[in-house]
Design a protein around this ligand. Sequence first.
Ligand code: ZN
Length: 506
Amino acid sequence: MTAEEAYTELIRRSKELGVLNSCAAVLAWDQQTYMPRNGAALRGEQMAFLAALSHQKFTDPKVGELLGAVEGSELLRDPESDASANMREMRRAYDRATKIPQSLVEELARVTTQAQHVWEQAKKTNDYASFRPHLEKVLALKRQEADAVGYKEHPYNALLDEYEPGTTVAELKELFSKLTAELSPLVKQIVASSKQPDRSLLAREFPIDRQKVFAEAAAVAIGFDFASGRLDTTAHPFCSGFGPGDCRITTRFNPRFFSEAFFGVLHETGHAMYEQNLPAEHFGTPLGSACSFGIHESQSRLWENQVGRGRPFWDHFFPRLKQTFPSALAEVSLDAFYFAINDVRPSLIRVEADEATYNLHIALRFELELALLSGNLTTAELPGAWNERFEALFGLKVPDDARGCLQDIHWSFGGIGYFPTYTLGNMYAAQFMDSARREIGPDLLADDFRRGEFGRLKSWLLRNIHQHGQRYRAGELCRRATGAPLSPSPLLEYLREKYALVFSVC
Ligand code: ZN
């Protein structure tokens, strides 16, 4: 078999797996949206069957032979060719999947399923002691996983590789320490400011049917294609891109809080537009797949915050919002509304945090999970360490573990290394937006938004981010799109500039 033939066969297999995995994605979406309760057992079997089939096809020793037949061949002479990028990522994924023994995969699935059930209950009853032995097991298995995959310097690097290939603990530590060092005092200044918004205006009566119409109209305006997607309601909002022509998003409506569904929809729309703009001809291969979790998150945060919490956006949408909710917003001015949606205040819960304090929540989790994994922090010490660091960062006392170290699901499902991608997303979003603004022209872009026009920004993102799939790793993609490696500075500058205006701090 020639290298060309081997490569063609690898691509065929990869695309077949893409189709198989998209079937599982449809079932998973249905499970969260419309499946009747009694369908759970059968759905479990269907999902387990597809997952096993996918794993078997993916780790077939034949794939290893095919990869070996292409590597070192003339086909990969140009390191920037389609074939080179596809091969680099297929090799990474194949190695990762085959290095972890099947027994460990099964043990992880068993332990994390149980840990999630226990966590759910432990959070409800504020009972860390019941969750602790499960967390202990999860950590032990994740250490085994890191050993099986192999790593340099820190076992965390092996876990990070699953979400953010190529990024290291050393890089993250540097980014987070710079970010936290400036963000923490900025938040303290904001808290001390005598100018504070009236948040209650967002907690008036906002009928759900009108919220839905308004949010859908905004999603369409920024570029969501409803001929290639849907918006439904779920307890936990998400975006699932099945493949070309079908990407589903969900949200959760709260009739007494406007921000939850609206900014949630902008967020998921950002994820969805990335999925909708990946090159369809490469579906199922790395070139047709999203670059990393951090880059994916950058697309959602960019639309939710950089655009959606910006003044020009609301210059256009606020008059429409007032028409939609005449009684709730009758005497509310654009200034008051803009201030309310840009409120900053230290709070206990990550998922309810504003765009400034959010990153402090992530810094805390990154620091603690790093220490837990390396054994510098025991699970017995976790609640104390959490509360102590939380108070240092936020100036707030944590009243109980339910609102402290038990609040997130991630550790129970073994998602160690996942949290940093949220803040990476915020940093990438700010840096991308900064470049797009400079390239297109800051006034031109703001004028676009004031007219409810987002095409120029969309095509910048398509050109610089979406169309590349996994052609480059996240760090390289950022350098090419912005001319510089990822830095916390654009995010810090953006936040400082915004809050200098709304809170009169500098
Ligand atoms: Zn997201």
